[in-house]
Design a protein around this ligand. Sequence first.
Ligand SMILES: [Zn+2]
Length: 301
Amino acid sequence: MMVVRGLVAALLIGAAFVRPGQTAETLKIASFSTVLTEIARRVGANHVSVAGLVKPGQDPHEYQPTPADLEQAADARLILLSGKHLEHYLDKVQQATGAKAASLAVGDALPTLKMKADPDEPQADPTGMVDDPHWWNSVANVERATMIVRDELIKLDQADQADYEKNAKAYLAELEALDHWAKRKVAELPRDKRKLVTSHDAFQCLARDYGFKIYAIEGVSTETEPSDRHVAELIDEIKNQRVKAIFLENTLNPKVSTEITRETGAKIGGSLYADGLGNGDGSTYEGLVRHNISTIVDALK
Ligand SMILES: [Zn+2]
């Protein structure tokens, strides 16, 4: 009885402080994707508080939740997941949160590209293919993800529907403009020069959207080292195709890439943000796309 009375008192006190256009409490969100953290903050604005558990610059393939991360996830009403098998620690999150929070694997609702799996990949299908988890490297996918997050916020907090719609519209307009900019920038590069050699196979979506062919040094994840045979084949390919530049990634060791440049004469075209937001230019999604597209186009021109 005491507990109930205390709760009622708390609700009344809470209500007393609510002004028009303001909600009593922000919606707590825990996000396991740096891109989804940005989307949730932009769309949710003052109605949400978002704990970004995977930090900018952190490798999401190797990330493991800390006990403090799991506590924050357990405290949230909405868990945002990248999906497409990226969160291999999902059982830990589910154990920590139980059935309490709504959990939304945004990537699972987006179109799927298949890619060749690493030899030890548990999610591979019988033909050795796996879903490509790197959906955020397509601006069109990030637009879709924004609409998915918007709809989920409205479901959980109908009172603020108008704000979520307005914020999403503004953010979507920015993404649309960004996609147009990227298309114009890529148009500077003739089709036969659109060859992308990167550390791991993270840019399939970008390649599809903007007409590049991919040559990856590692596989789908960053956890496996490439075999000597694979590196030798790639070196031949780079020489045959006369690829001018290859690219490093912000979260990876550049050792193998450096070896390839030595063998082929291709230069290092710069470093790309492959696995979500980082530090510096790539600390926002727009900055990430502008950095990646400019770096690629300017180096291959
Ligand atoms: Zn990756």
